[in-house]
Design a binder for this molecule. Sequence first.
Ligand code: DX5
Ligand code: ZN
Length: 218
Amino acid sequence: MNILSPSILSADFWHLGEDIKQVEREQVPYLHVDVMDGIFVPSISFGMPVLQCVRRQTDLFLDVHLMIDRPERYVQSFADSGADLINFHVEATDQVRETIAAIRGLGKKAGITIKPKTPVQVLEPYLELVDMVLVMTVEPGFGGQKLIPECIDKVREVRRMLDERGLQTDLEVDGGIHLGNVQTALEAGANVIVAGSAVFKDDIGANLRAFLKQMDCV
Ligand code: DX5
Ligand code: ZN
């Protein structure tokens, strides 16, 4: 099943609740929550208090993307704050296995993420242990960038690695996805699509409907 996960990084925080209601209205099941610490990535976004606020108001599946150094320090906090899935970067820690186990031990889904320059082979030891693999299609840190075409080959490669192992693991892509290239990402083997700036601009409802149609979700 293909799933759209709209990234609230590109929402208008003045009326974040209204923007999220539009996502619910279109029956999109996921919301992508980008957490940045100013160390692992240059920018700083938001953290636990915002996640808690969102959690109190919505039943959407909260797909939390931690772009933070040593994510193991914050797994408990983000679980307590309402994440349904916690995705962290393998480049950000030397405790990948322990962090996956900690997330799952808290009853949450676990995901691992690679940046565009990280080879897919680093994922190999963990594929059986996670619910999701996220292949970044831009350098993490900012919304509104252009997709790096070579990253689509990595998506294809990860899907092949999962298939070889008979795994149904979700494969998410994140960065620079718009209506014109979402099909390419799906064909490469992604089944969870993050979109920020292509969703939270102009008519959000119309953008969401166009994505869902393009992704065969309706
Ligand atoms: C980038 C974030 C993305 C971002 C995507 O570091 O991880 O989730 O919000 O935004 P767009 O879709 O605008 O590239
Ligand atoms: Zn993200």
